[in-house]
Design a protein around this ligand. Structure first.
Ligand code: BES
Ligand code: MN
Ligand code: ZN
Length: 495
């Protein structure tokens, strides 16, 4: 799909459909009034009948009946004018583009005159269109009946072409990174093994001039990564530890380390999960996919920071080689861990990834991303990711970045009292918090023991990683959260 920008009057666009924003309670002014008049007051009638309200996400498609050069006119609800945000535009454009794809519009013109700055609106519209039109049907031999939208043009009456183009380029880069993450997460686990994560990272390194280092099982053993190796022990598939580096400024230090959990399939291991819904655990590598794609986008955007993505990739399977409840593992930072459940494997993989980052990379900030706990889904549902941090300034930056991105993130506490629950009788720590509740917090508290003195934050994306609803710019399957938050954070750190 091509996206471009144009200055001029959208009502004269020769295209499959033009899309106009409509604000709740505003009435028909400007272009809307003009199109309404040309369509014999059809839009006025829809408003009167309560069919067009302007509620954000609402889309109504009308045939132009030949009175306009465009074949169709779509009206997208933007909510109240005084409450307009980039994310409402992003969501409305996602809905409108899907509605017009279904009606075989082929090409679409979007009115960029929605009351936001040109750069911001172009970025949001590009993201809404590219994310909203995402599909994953690689494995269906008969593709669903669909005629793709080939071209989207952003129309601005005011001109401002250079600002629009700048926003468009940023939005395209970010949305493509989100869709790349979704592709990786949606892949079945037999096609997205640790070695396939390496192939994906190699592609990024080659395209964007990044440095990729891949540690093999022997390298991990030499470094003392006993926790990650414990998880990997039950699988025939070799684990991989990836370090992807981007240098966007002079000087050696690393400003931001992104650390991802990449369990390419989480069966639970010997603490086997129930079979109902187990297939969803093909997405347990989402944190790893997100940090790789986010780093790639940060590089493509030329953001002036030095950053790395570190990914611990392995399967978690039961077998005669598998690690077992009761086993004691030793992580790279020397701490011993009593395994209570082999299904609490993510924190084990991250224990070594965080130890590695703390001792080898020593970044100014570290942020890990993981589909870590079912308890996080209980606490925040499928609406918000949880953030935990040893550094309130970093938490605040992440919350602000998420809010700019339109991704919901909510902070949960790391009170010392929760550490109690991770105490072991036989080792330095145990890998579950037991029956005291607060499972998302005790998991985060576990990670903090391996983050050491770093300025560190942890994002638990277990709930928001996938969705079963088609809404706004999301479709069923992976969401690509929190790629947009991470890119926004990088922009903030470059200031
Ligand atoms: N990958 C799961 C967490 C998860 C659950 C992700 C639901 C997405 C949706 C993780 O490895 C896990 O199994 N966690 C256990 C931990 C428990 C054994 C302490 C859980 O949450 O049940
Ligand atoms: Mn698990
Ligand atoms: Zn897991």
């Amino acid at each position: 799909m091509i996206i471009d920008v144009k200055a001029g009057d959208i009502t004269r666009a020769r295209t499959g459909a033009i899309v106009l924003g409509y604000f709740q309670g505003k009435g028909l002014t400007g272009k809307l009034a003009k199109v309404d008049a040309a369509l014999n007051k059809t839009i006025s009638r829809l408003v009167k009948e309560g069919q067009l309200t302007g509620k954000n996400g609402e889309v109504i498609v009308l045939h132009s009946l030949g009175v306009l050069p465009a074949g169709m006119v779509a009206l997208m609800g933007l909510g109240k004018e005084a409450e307009i945000t980039a994310d409402k535009v992003r969501g409305a454009v996602g809905e409108a583009c899907r509605a017009l794809r279904q009606r075989r519009a082929g090409t679409v013109a979007l009115s960029a005159d929605v009351g936001l700055k040109a750069e911001e609106v172009a970025q949001a519209m590009a993201e809404g269109a590219i994310m909203g039109l995402y599909t994953f049907d690689r494995y269906r031999s008969t593709q669903p009946e669909r005629s793709e939208i080939e071209k989207v043009t952003l129309y601005s009456a005011a001109g401002e072409l250079s600002a629009l183009k700048r926003g468009l380029a940023v939005g395209q880069t970010i949305a493509k990174a989100v869709n790349l993450t979704r592709d990786m997460v949606n892949e079945p686990s037999n096609y997205m093994r640790p070695r396939d994560m390496v192939v994906a990272a190699e592609g990024m390194a080659l395209r964007d001039g990044l440095k990729l280092e891949v540690l093999e099982r022997e390298d991990m053993a030499k470094l003392g990564m006993g926790a990650l190796l414990g998880v990997a022990q039950g699988s025939e598939e070799p684990p991989k530890f990836l370090v992807l580096t981007y240098r966007g400024r002079r000087g050696r230090g690393i400003d931001l380390a992104l650390v991802g959990k990449a369990i390419t399939f989480d069966s639970g291991g010997i603490s086997l999960k129930p079979s109902d819904g187990m297939g969803e655990m093909k997405g347990d590598m989402a944190g790893g996919a997100a940090v790789l794609a986010a780093l790639d986008a940060i590089a493509q955007l030329g953001i002036k920071i030095n950053a790395v993505a570190v990914v611990a990739a392995t399967e978690n399977l039961p077998s005669g080689h598998a690690y077992k409840p009761g086993d004691v593992l030793k992580a790279m930072n020397g701490k011993t861990i009593e395994v209570i459940s082999t299904d609490a494997e993510g924190r084990l993989a991250l224990a070594d990834a965080l130890s590695y980052v703390g001792s080898r990379i020593k970044p100014r900030q570290a942020v890990d991303v993981a589909t870590l706990t079912g308890a996080c889904v209980v606490a925040l549902g499928k609406v918000a990711a949880a953030v935990f941090s040893s550094d309130q300034a970093l938490a605040d930056r992440i919350l602000a970045a998420a809010s700019r991105a339109g991704e919901r993130v909510w902070q949960l506490p790391l009170f010392d009292e929760y550490k109690e629950q991770n105490k072991s009788e036989v080792a330095d720590i145990k890998n579950t918090g037991g029956r005291g509740g607060a499972g998302a917090i005790t998991a985060a508290q576990f990670l903090s023991e391996f983050a050491g003195e770093m300025s560190w934050a942890h994002l638990d994306i277990a709930g928001v990683n996938d969705t079963d609803k088609e809404r706004r710019y999301y479709v069923k399957g992976a969401t690509g959260i929190p790629v947009r938050t991470l890119v926004n954070l990088a922009y903030d750190l470059a200031k």
